[in-house]
Structure formats: C-alpha cells, structure tokens
Design a protein around this ligand. Structure first.
Ligand SMILES: Cc1cc2nc3c(=O)[nH]c(=O)nc-3n(C[C@H](O)[C@H](O)[C@H](O)COP(=O)(O)O)c2cc1C
Length: 202
C-alpha cells in the first residue's frame, strides 16, 4: 500500500490521491464497476475497493479493474507479529473513503461501532480528519423505519458526509425513497470534496 515510486529523479513527486471504495450487500452494488471506472477518469486518483462478502454477489471481480480486498485477505495476510494488519494499512493508505452502496445492515453496524469484517474495521479505525462519504441504499420500507434516520444522523454526527438516496422504482418493485444516488451524483460529490481539500492546502 506504499505510494508508487516515481521512475525518474527529475519527475515531480506528485503523489496520487487514494480513494478507498467500500461496497456492501445492496443490489446497488451492481453499479460498482461503473462507479470505479468513473472514479478512475478523475486525474491523479488511485482507487482500491473493500467489499463485504454479501456485496460479492452483485458484481464480478473481473469487471473491477483495481485491487479488491475482502475479509479473507485480512486474515491471510496476518500470520505473525511483524505482518501487516490490513484494515489499519488501508485506513492509513486512504485519503478519502466512499461507501457506496451503504446497506441497512452495515449502516446499523457503523452507527453502533460494530466491526466484524474488513470494511467495518476500516471504518471503525477511520481517521475522522479525512473525508468519509456514504451512499445509503435500501428498500423504501427499510428507509422509512425510524431507526434509519437515527443511524444516518449518527454517521453525520461523526462528521461523515451523506450522499442522499433518491426515489425511484426499486429492483424489488417498490416505488419510493431508498435507491442509491446516481453514479454521476456520487462522482460529482467526490470531485467537490477533493477540490475543497486541495483549495485548503494551497
Ligand atoms: C437480492 C438482494 C438485494 C438486497 N438489496 C439490499 C439493499 O438494497 N439494501 C439493503 O440494505 N439490504 C439489501 N439486501 C440485504 C443485505 O444483503 C443483507 O442485509 C446482508 O446481510 C448485508 O450484508 P453486508 O452489510 O455485510 O454487506 C439485499 C439482499 C438480497 C438477497
């Protein structure tokens, strides 16, 4: 997870900006390949993905042209004291985290501090001085349950940025709020946050 070395001594030491995408088991995880490809269109951006096991059901790793981490990597990587702890390395590596889609299950875990897989461990260990954006995605009935507002509010209190869900006809046939924001909206928000960060540095 080290920044790439430059090939020539004369090359500018411009480090790529690291975006870590977290993906959970919502049907909106179907859009992961499109989301990653649109993020990669942003100049100077390096992208990696952390997936939950359920999310794997909705995309093919062949369609995701970046490093994809899941729970097995965390446990296979660590055999002895000197070995890296993947969730800590990833939170160090990432400059920005984008959880898209964030399903109801992982929303509840993050709001209450549960960290029982690689993704929730990265989030639990997140450096809150760096941006974390989240895109809720769930069935309308789940979205309208009062616990959702509490949990989304909790994440915002942590300083995380909500990219609100939208209303449409959902894959299950229901009509209403709960669909993940459009990929264009999500990428636009990432660009906005990146430009705010770079203007603060200059
Ligand atoms: C076909 C299908 C679609 C699903 N879509 C959603 C969804 O959009 N939002 C959601 O909150 N849960 C959805 N679920 C339920 C989650 O996959 C389930 O809660 C799972 O335990 C989430 O695990 P994870 O948070 O570790 O990824 C769906 C389940 C299935 C079988």
């Amino acid at each position: 997870m080290e920044p790439r070395a430059t090939s020539s001594a004369a090359a500018p030491l411009r480090r790529q900006f690291h975006v870590l995408v977290g993906v959970t088991g919502s049907v909106a995880a179907l859009k992961l390949p499109l989301l990653v490809s649109k993020l990669l269109d942003i100049p100077d951006l390096e992208v990696a993905v952390v997936t939950t096991e359920r999310a794997k059901h909705f995309y093919s790793p062949r369609d995701v042209p970046v490093t994809l981490y899941s729970d097995a990597d965390e446990w296979e990587m660590w055999k002895r004291r000197s070995d890296p702890v993947l969730h800590i390395d990833l939170r160090r590596w990432a400059d920005l985290m984008l959880v898209a889609p964030l399903d109801a299950n992982t929303l509840g875990k993050v709001a209450s501090g549960i960290c029982d897989n690689l993704l929730t461990c990265v989030i639990r260990a997140w450096d809150r001085s760096k941006p974390l954006l989240f895109c809720p995605a769930m069935n309308t009935a789940m979205w309208e349950h009062p616990i959702t507002e509490q949990q989304v509010g909790q994440l915002k209190d942590f300083g995380y940025i909500e990219i609100p869900c939208v209303a449409k006809k959902l894959v299950c046939g229901d009509q209403g709020l709960g669909a993940m924001a459009e990929v264009g909206t999500i990428v636009g928000k990432v660009k906005e946050v990146l430009s705010q960060g770079s203007s603060q540095q200059s």
